[in-house]
Ligand binder design. Structure first.
Ligand code: G
Ligand code: G
Ligand code: MN
Length: 438
């Protein structure tokens, strides 16, 4: 295989859906069916760790090339980022043709790929869906294939084709999406704010804004569930703009007590021009200086769409906004790439932080991350600090900032001010006072 250095760009969700939508219309008119396959490469992380970023890209390219060569010209192959490829099979006459295509793909990938002189044989897990005679929206057909993939993973099967019995949860998630859309209009969402403190002085250096939703129909909905529903339904743009506007408003309401606010940015919105416009707008209306806003972007999100994200990250950084790599340690960043990112903070994922006191290998990982981050002039924030031992260990390791239940749970805005004034947190070394909770 020859080296191609340009990064393999992940297709944007909007483009994927538009292309699939066009196929669906054509096939419906011609009385044909459309199939969608979501392919997941098994053991992808292992491949990345073993061979590194550049060779993994090379490997992905080769795989894409094989798929494109083997499938009919009209079919479409998309790289969706990470370990996922989406295939649209066009003009199927009968449902059985879906099985034929799946068999063919399994045969293609069974041929080993030669990487670094090693012959690499990979496995695929496939989720599939196919249209019936009735029209279906591209996002629904894709959703069905995603559901089938989850089912295949759960049951450890190579392939699952969607059928309506899998739909129970699917319906629940569609319902969540439509309720969430209403919730944004009805103003049912609120933001809570979790303090971050300087590990040495105990001073509050900022807060992270976290969205909460109490639905009038469902009651409280878990944030990871509704954030995922927002991402899957395209509502995440509206939700993020709402969150940023709310943060800027809160900053202005806090007045003298205002501290910098961090907002989470999903991968799907990093490159949205509308978001960039609305962000400027929100800061200017509420008089929030850009330096007081920080955007948290997961390590995985940044690594999955490198070339494309870089411009947007620069745009934010040039405005004076701080950028933080969130959930760090859960992805596989290439160090060379990290150096090029205009980020100023790195947040160590809570899964490495929670058991610091009892887990020696977590201690090693955290120490390594802190040292590496400092070499790149990044500030290190440890999230999920729950006990004083962990706090002390982090201080000894030279961590800069901590966030977690030990300091405070996320607080409602009116409680934050009170907490700040009355219950000002003291770091364990200074005083043994119990931290305040929401
Ligand atoms: O808040 P925890 O409170 O349970 O949040 C769960 C997940 O939801 C976290 O990964 C967090 O980053 C994410 N999250 C919370 N609020 C927001 C938000 O406003 N936007 C985005 N994109 N993610 C959020
Ligand atoms: O993914 P992100 O880092 O944006 O989300 C932070 C998540 O961590 C939120 O869900 C928040 O409620 C949660 N969190 C914050 N502090 C702690 C903590 O000390 N322990 C645990 N288990 N979760 C925490
Ligand atoms: Mn975060």
């Amino acid at each position: 295989m020859t080296m191609d250095k340009t990064p393999l760009a992940a297709v944007e969700r909007d483009k994927l859906l538009a292309s699939l939508g066009a196929t669906l219309r054509d096939d419906l008119k011609a009385g044909r069916r459309t199939g969608v396959l979501v392919l997941e490469i098994s053991q992808f992380k292992r491949i990345q760790v073993t061979y590194g970023h550049a060779r993994t890209q090379e490997f992905l390219r080769e795989l894409m090339r094989r798929l494109v060569d083997a499938l009919p010209k009209k079919d479409k192959v998309f790289y969706r980022g990470g370990d996922e490829i989406v295939v649209a099979l066009c003009g199927l006459r009968v449902r059985e043709q879906l099985n034929l295509a799946i068999n063919k793909i399994q045969r293609i990938v069974a041929e080993p790929v030669v990487l670094c002189g090693n012959s690499l044989r990979i496995g695929l897990t496939i989720g599939a869906s196919v249209t019936l005679e009735t029209p279906i929206a591209p996002e629904d057909l894709l959703h069905q294939a995603n559901r089938a993939l989850l089912e295949a993973r759960d049951r450890q099967r190579e392939t699952v084709i969607f059928d309506p019995s899998l739909e129970d949860e699917g319906v629940a998630s569609l319902e969540l999406q439509s309720l969430l859309s209403d919730a944004l209009e009805r103003n049912e969402l609120v933001s809570v704010f979790q303090p971050k403190v300087d590990i040495r002085t105990g001073q509050v250096v900022g807060v992270e804004s976290l969205a909460r939703w109490h639905s009038h129909l469902l009651g409280p909905v878990r944030p990871d569930l509704f954030i995922e529903a927002a991402e899957n339904s395209g509502l995440i743009g509206r939700l993020t703009i709402w969150t940023i506007n709310n943060a800027a408003k809160q900053y202005s309401l806090w007045g003298e007590q205002a501290v910098p606010i961090a907002v989470n940015l999903s991968a799907a919105v990093i490159n949205s021009p509308e978001l960039q416009r609305q962000l400027r707008h929100a800061l200017s209306i509420w008089g929030m200086p850009p330096e007081a806003l920080s955007l948290e972007i997961t390590e995985t999100a940044v690594m999955e769409a490198p070339a494309h994200s870089m411009e947007s990250l620069r745009f934010f950084a040039d405005m004076g906004i701080r950028l933080a790599l969130d959930d760090f340690g859960t992805g596989y960043s290439s160090l060379a790439y990290l150096k090029m990112l205009p980020v100023s903070d790195l947040k160590i994922d809570k899964s490495f932080v929670q058991n610091l006191a009892s887990d020696a290998s977590d201690r090693k990982i955290v120490k390594t991350i802190i040292d590496m981050a400092h070499n790149f002039d990044l500030k290190v924030i440890a999230e999920g600090v729950e006990d004083e031992k962990g706090y002390q260990i982090l201080m000894d390791m030279g961590c800069d900032i901590v966030q977690g239940y030990l300091v405070s749970k996320p607080l409602k805005p009116e409680h934050f001010r009170k907490w700040l004034l009355e219950e000002q947190w003291r770091r364990p070394a200074q005083a043994g006072r119990r931290p305040a909770c929401a």
